[in-house]
Design a protein around this ligand. Sequence first.
Ligand code: 2HG
Ligand code: ZN
Length: 468
Amino acid sequence: MAFRKITPQDISQFSNMLGDRYVLTDAEQLERCSHDETEDLRHMPEVVLQPGTVEEVSAVMRYCNDRLIPVTPRGAGTGLSGGALPVLGGVVLDMKRFKKILKVDKENFQVTTEPGVITQELQEVLKSQGLFYPPDPASKGSCFIGGNVSENSGGPRAVKYGVVKDYVLNIEMVLPNGDVIWTGANVLKNATGYNLTQLVVGSEGTLGVITKIVLRLIPAVTHDLLMLVPFYSATDACKAVNDIFLAGYTPSALEFMERDALEWSMRYIQSAGIDLPPEIQAHLLIEVDGNRLEQLFEDMEAISAIMQRYKTGEILFADSHEQKQMLWALRRKVGEAVKSNSVYKEEDTVVPRALLPRLLETVKRVGQEYGFHSVCYGHAGDGNLHVNIIKANMSDEDWQNKLPQAIRVLFREVVAMGGTLSGEHGIGFVQKSYMDIAFNDIQLGIMKKIKDVFDPKGILNPAKIFVN
Ligand code: 2HG
Ligand code: ZN
């Protein structure tokens, strides 16, 4: 589909719809919306529009759909697969004005929110009312709940509480032609027609613009314990993960960090952090939570005994809120620390959990064969390993041409293990060329037909998820 460039007439029409102050063409705003947190990619929009109501979103979509102007929806711009990049120019639809928590229905354990609410702020408002919304992406302090729904985000607590999709009951969204629909109903069980809600969750802003979200909540949990277990071998750390579940325990978080990940994060946040003897190659950060503290101590004792079946260093039990905060800061800042340290490529591999040791060994073997260093960390409890490939002294030529071959080899081995390309960061723009490894033409054909049903002119978030 040949898209049309934006004209001065379009700009004046957008001003009529939204008001001048919400039609942004200045260099600073265009630059702000030209990137998200994905590596160092830039694609400039022609205009940034900031609608404030569903009706305004609908008017903009109808106008752009009729004139073949591409529209890229944007939340907080914390995405890691280029989902918010206006790769074909056109409009960035900045949803930051949709920042109201519309209704907390305590009795039904539900909340109705607009998409531009910061995830952690939503969680804190709910916690003050004894309600818990668990999904906690590393970027929770800045990411929008709408972006979390669009990417079906995860985070450390997914291992016990699940991911975003497990909490979304209903979505109001604006279709590319301007029609406004709800996808489901505000009920905990729903076997009525196709599940449009779950189809939209994780659709990366390619099927419609989310304007309201109804989330399921659970009762707040009162206690948690945290420990950091050092391992002499990174593979052993990965092996120890599944032993915990086989022994009947489900931690509320089970994070893996290679030595470099922790070391770089300590340097990045200038935290004295923790003692890191040279023989230690990896750590597991393990949390248990619940309402009976004595049970948690028993569980933690049992889990640390399981860990000590392997060669471990001195286990650090976080015995204060501050120490817990410090350990979580070290874990949550790894991504930023890597980004600040080097040009990198982030792969969000995921395999059946018991195969995590084999995944780590595969990453390191492919790195040997193709000459790249990797810093690995992530949600070991989900079998989800973030592989940060570090450019370091790799030539630009190899970085551009040889590395994609290495990534294809890695993804083919991941899929052969029963895994897939992304556990939580999505496909967006940067992973789309690998989709043929995970899906055949029939499967990709079905996905593209679904996209055509929602967006027959292909104007919404174009050039994402699929190669063509
Ligand atoms: C995490 O688990 C994030 O830390 C990855 O999902 C963050 O790669 C990043 O920047
Ligand atoms: Zn993650």
